[in-house]
Design a protein around this ligand. Structure first.
Ligand code: GDP
Ligand code: IMO
Ligand code: MG
Length: 424
């Protein structure tokens, strides 16, 4: 059985928690897109892990962890993560595979991300400054890109780096008037990446197809969310990869036909970090209530997340383009204590009602949400173990989500811990 977990909103839906739970019955967990812009939280007992590049299955000692071709690997962040796990006696030796064809995020990518955002001022995208856009741009441009396999030939790498850094320095000087970056400093770092990461670097496509032939059970871990997809999200306020279900196949080299089940993860409300239209945003007391109660501050950047009501139009779009089978609805506990809860069932755009999400940002910015409102519940949900023990209003809320999205909510999150999860 192979499954894929996909974020149905603008990221941070709680994918890390679901992956960690489902990994218990799997052999392999695969990260196939994005980079260290992701921040996936896994809570095990008193330990809280924030994973950026390592698959969220990595905290379970028997899971094989794979990072495939379309992931942009920041070796520095990855090494830090491996070290953090080692400090908790979790070793990745013999169970981490990194694609030799994955591209590397190096210092100049992060610099470029930062300089571009700063120069855009109030028009910035609000990226995570993890060098994601610049690295993917180099990959698509091809001439100035470096892959993990380039670490295998340090002499060649040195020459390539010099060419790239000369080129970048010309751009940095012309556009941003900054001191040149040094190729030799980056090269020294690359030598240490080679020592430490080459033992993990291999052909992950071959490994995954052999594993499938051997009947292994694989869990594919989506990063970001469908609405941040480069081609199908709210461009330009998106990330630089195909973060919807559509990216799973291209990112991993495993055809979608081989996936038995796609599970979409959404919050019982909506959050977004960074800029861009957000029709159900509550930039008010309700939004603040959700932010405080849900701990809605970025896992990667610590930024306060923008909060708003559940948007069934947006989620239905993600379910549709991903052919998603079922929903894991997280953070139901966060809505306890509100007077009422709302779900957006349609948009009004230029006087016309629509239930199909317009990914076009100009149209989306004109959308005013049409809500269904139901009374909320006082009771805290963090100890509830069974759907039938949820307050009636919370049950009604879940059923309304199912009705509006047309998909079953089979997993319900009532807290960050593994045990705070209801299966239906
Ligand atoms: P991801 O990027 O999709 O993996 O999500 P993040 O880890 O960035 O953000 C989700 C946050 O919500 C983390 O702090 C989780 O520990 C937490 N979390 C996950 N599920 C639940 C839930 O059902 N209830 C509550 N209160 N917290 C949750
Ligand atoms: P996970 O996997 C939430 C957002 C950034 C910004 C936009 C572009 O934890 O759900 P980038 O650095 O990718 O160029 O930033 O995308 N973004 C995320 N938001 N969760 C994420 O990942 C995100 N990864 C990128 O905030 O708006
Ligand atoms: Mg996150």
């Amino acid at each position: 059985m192979n499954s894929c977990i996909i974020g149905l909103q603008w990221g941070d839906e709680g994918k890390g928690k679901i992956i960690d739970i489902l990994a218990e019955n799997c052999d392999i967990v695969v990260r196939y897109s994005g980079g260290a812009n992701a921040g996936h939280t896994v809570v095990v007992g008193d330990n809280r892990f924030a994973l950026h590049l390592l698959p969220s299955g990595s905290v379970r000692p028997n899971i094989i962890c794979v990072i495939t071709n379309a992931v942009v690997v920041d070796p520095e962040t990855l090494l830090k993560e491996i070290e953090t796990l080692a400090q908790k006696n979790i070793t990745l030796t013999e169970r981490l595979l990194i694609s030799e064809n994955a591209h590397m995020v190096l210092d100049y990518h992060k610099k470029e991300d930062q300089l571009r955002e700063e120069s855009l001022g109030k028009n910035k995208l609000g990226t995570t400054i993890r060098g994601i856009g610049p690295c993917y741009a180099d990959k698509v441009g091809r001439s100035y890109a470096l892959r993990m396999s380039d670490l295998r030939n340090l002499e060649k790498l040195k020459a390539k780096l010099q060419t790239i850094v000369d080129y970048k320095n010309k751009i940095f000087a012309a556009l941003y008037n900054i001191e040149p970056i040094r190729a030799d400093t980056i090269f020294e770092k690359c030598k240490s990446y080679a020592d430490k990461l080459l033992p993990f670097t291999t052909d992950t496509t071959e490994f995954l197809h052999k594993s499938i032939a051997d009947g292994k059970s694989i869990l594919f871990e989506g990063a970001q969310g469908t609405l941040l997809d480069l081609d199908h999200g709210t461009f330009p306020f998106v990330t630089s990869s195909n973060s919807s279900a559509l990216g799973m196949s291209a990112g991993s080299g495993v055809p979608v036909k081989m996936i038995d089940k796609f599970i979409g993860v959404a919050k019982a409300y909506t959050t977004r970090v960074g800029a861009g239209p957000f029709p159900t945003e509550q930039d008010n007391e309700t939004g603040q209530y959700i932010r405080d109660k849900g701990g809605e501050y970025g896992t990667t950047t610590g930024r306060p997340r923008r909060c708003g009501w559940f948007d069934a139009v947006a989620v239905s779009y993600s379910l549709t383009i991903g052919a998603i089978d079922s929903i894991a609805l997280m953070h139901l506990d966060t809505l306890s204590g509100l007077d009422e809860v709302k779900i957006c069932r349609a948009y009004k755009i230029n006087g016309k009602e629509t239930t199909f999400f317009p990914a076009n940002t100009t149209k989306l910015a004109q959308a005013s949400p049409i809500y269904e409102t139901i009374p909320a519940w006082e009771q805290e949900l963090t100890d509830v173990k069974d759907f039938h023990d949820l307050p009636k209003n919370a049950q009604d809320y879940l059923m309304l989500v199912e009705e509006m999205t047309g998909k079953p909510v089979t997993i319900i999150g009532v807290g960050p811990k593994r045990a705070q999860t209801i299966f239906r």
